[in-house]
Design a protein around this ligand. Structure first.
Ligand code: CMP
Length: 138
């Protein structure tokens, strides 16, 4: 059993496809272990993506992530990290395989609809960033 953090980004929320995205996770057998809709502050978005702070796209990434509400959730299941990444498709939607979330809903590399943790260490860190013990106890 593994856990991973998923974010439905502001473009996914604006397109009214939260349910469609969550359905894909559920249909694949992943369980929603915790979930919240929220508006990120610039400070929170910058802290969440701190690993990218020296990259040229950092400023645009933070601006985009605070442009509207996001849905943060913890997905749980066997191989949850890899399965979520397979469901999402490549970071750049232009390179995402047909049938993936990003191929079907994303418009650009910034507005790429979803984020998913990329490894067990980052998953643990990203889950802790958004969720406390009480929200994860179920
Ligand atoms: P995400 O998986 O949320 O992690 C960092 C985000 O930065 C990524 O998705 C993209 O939305 C955004 N981004 C913008 N430009 C790039 C780039 N050149 N390489 C990687 N990520 C990028």
């Amino acid at each position: 059993m593994q856990r991973t953090l998923s974010i439905i980004k502001p473009d996914g929320v604006a397109k009214n496809v939260i349910g469609q995205i969550v359905s894909r996770f559920e249909a694949d057998g992943l369980r929603i272990a915790a979930m919240r809709m929220m508006q990120l502050s610039e400070r929170e978005a910058g802290a969440f993506y701190a690993v990218h702070k020296d990259r040229p796209f950092f400023k645009d990434l933070v601006s985009f992530m605070v442009s509207g509400p996001v849905v943060v959730m913890v997905l749980e299941g066997d191989d949850a990290i890899l399965r979520n990444r397979n469901l999402m498709g490549a970071t750049n939607p232009a390179e995402a395989d047909a049938g993936t979330i990003r191929a079907d809903f994303a418009d650009s590399i910034d507005a790429n609809t979803v984020h998913g943790s990329d490894a067990p260490e980052t998953a643990a860190q990203e889950i802790r960033f958004f969720f406390g013990e009480r929200e994860l106890s179920a």
